[in-house]
Design a binder for this molecule. Structure first.
Ligand SMILES: *Cc1c(COP(=O)(O)O)cnc(C)c1O
Length: 395
């Protein structure tokens, strides 16, 4: 295999050298337990403090103690939803979220449903947007939490978070957002946007896997999800993962610092890629919002063929992408996001997500476009759904 091109940055990214350099000393030089009272512990604790300050600044939280480190986005989403549900169950047992959330939100909600909570999964329009009207329509007296993601991981659509948060607050309801795909892609100001709880993760922004954070606005009552020691002010037990947290803090700082430059670069790449693909490949549909979207993620449906097949042919040529559909126990389940946006099963199954990283080169993009055009042409020529394929079948 000569060339490898990674177009799956929405799944995970490499750890940047700036982040790695921040982490390395924490594995052996500064190895104390950040809860210990001696100098080794204090050194570790200073590193945690610095990371907390960095995350606080990057999202404009009012105080660093509003940042709680977790094992990643999945834990933060589970904690936000279950922790708020348990702490507020005397007020009500109804939660509102959307149909296009990450599985860690959807499954946390389903777990609560099994315990007697009620959850409304709001629909989205053809671009993946939640409407304020449907939110308002579904608010009840016993609604305790609205949880809507900032940016969707499959199609890149950006929600109107500030307006949604305002609507929740006007009705006395807490607002949580999964901002894993938003950090480094859209400007986040938790105070201006009236966010009460916000999920973050490191490994989508050139940080290490297995670390993230939940922002919890001061004054918001939340039950712990992980019981244990007094770490994270008694809200999240477990010896702090100092290297990971140091890396996460640095990654958030860099992602925020370089946001505009990175998005400009990705916009040029995205436009170039889309223009070329549309020029060379017929019967392609762009999924997601045409304007209100992040620049790095492009989701396309290729008519008459399956995304899984395109993925495999691209993989044979070293190009890494992902399908909108997850393969569950041998049967192809179409993506819940694309289905919620109203795509037919066929179009949903013919979808591919291309997610570009900040260090992609034009050569790599050209190579990927060539291999994509070849793959689509080949698959359509043997597809029983196309004219060319039908002719072949007769022969
Ligand atoms: C990746 C992702 C998560 C999960 O984060 P992990 O750190 O991998 O657990 C949650 N939400 C969204 C939108 C994501 O893209």
């Amino acid at each position: 295999m000569e060339r490898r091109v990674y177009l799956d940055n929405a799944a995970t990214t490499y750890v940047s050298s700036e982040v790695l350099n921040e982490m390395l000393p924490c594995f052996n030089a500064v190895y104390g337990n950040s809860s210990s009272l001696h100098s080794f512990g204090r050194e570790a604790s200073h590193i945690i403090d610095r990371a907390r300050d960095r995350v606080c600044k990057a999202i404009n939280a009012s105080k660093p103690n509003e940042i709680y480190f977790t094992s990643g986005g999945t834990e933060a989403n589970n904690w936000a939803i279950k922790g708020i549900a348990y702490a507020n169950k005397h007020k009500g047992k109804h939660i509102i979220t959307s149909q296009i959330e990450h599985d860690s939100v959807l499954e946390a909600c389903r777990a609560l449903e099994r315990e007697g909570f009620e959850v409304t999964y709001l629909p989205v329009d053809e671009y993946g947007l939640v409407s304020l009207a449907s939110l308002l329509h579904n608010i009840r007296k016993d609604t305790i939490l609205v949880s809507i993601m900032s940016v969707n991981n499959e199609v890149g659509t950006i929600q109107n978070i500030k307006a949604i948060a305002k609507t929740a607050h006007e009705n006395g309801i807490l607002f949580h957002t999964d901002a894993v795909q938003a950090i480094g892609a859209v400007k986040i100001d938790v105070q201006d946007m009236e966010i009460d709880l916000m999920t973050m993760s490191a490994h989508k922004i050139y940080g290490p896997k297995g670390v993230g954070a939940l922002y919890v606005k001061n004054g918001v009552k939340i039950d712990p999800l992980i019981d244990g020691g007094n770490q994270e002010r008694g809200k999240r037990g477990g010896t702090t993962n100092v290297p990971a947290i140091a890396g996460f803090g640095k990654a958030v700082e860099i992602a925020t610092r370089d946001l505009v430059v990175n998005q400009q670069k990705l916009k040029a790449i995205r436009n170039y890629f889309l223009d070329k693909v549309m020029e060379r490949i017929p019967y392609v549909k762009l999924n997601g919002h045409p304007q209100q979207k992040i620049q790095g993620t492009v989701n396309l449906s290729f008519e008459l063929i399956e995304g899984e097949s395109i993925l495999m042919l691209l993989d044979l040529n070293g190009v890494a992408v992902s399908t909108g559909s997850a393969c569950t126990s041998g049967s192809l389940e179409p993506s819940h996001v694309l289905k919620a946006m109203g795509l037919s099963d066929e179009l949903a199954q013919g979808s591919i997500r291309f997610s570009f990283g900040k260090s992609i080169s034009k050569d790599d993009v050209d190579y990927a476009i060539d291999k994509l055009a070849e793959a689509v042409e080949k698959l359509r020529s043997i597809s029983p759904l196309t004219k060319a394929g039908r002719k072949k079948e007769k022969n």
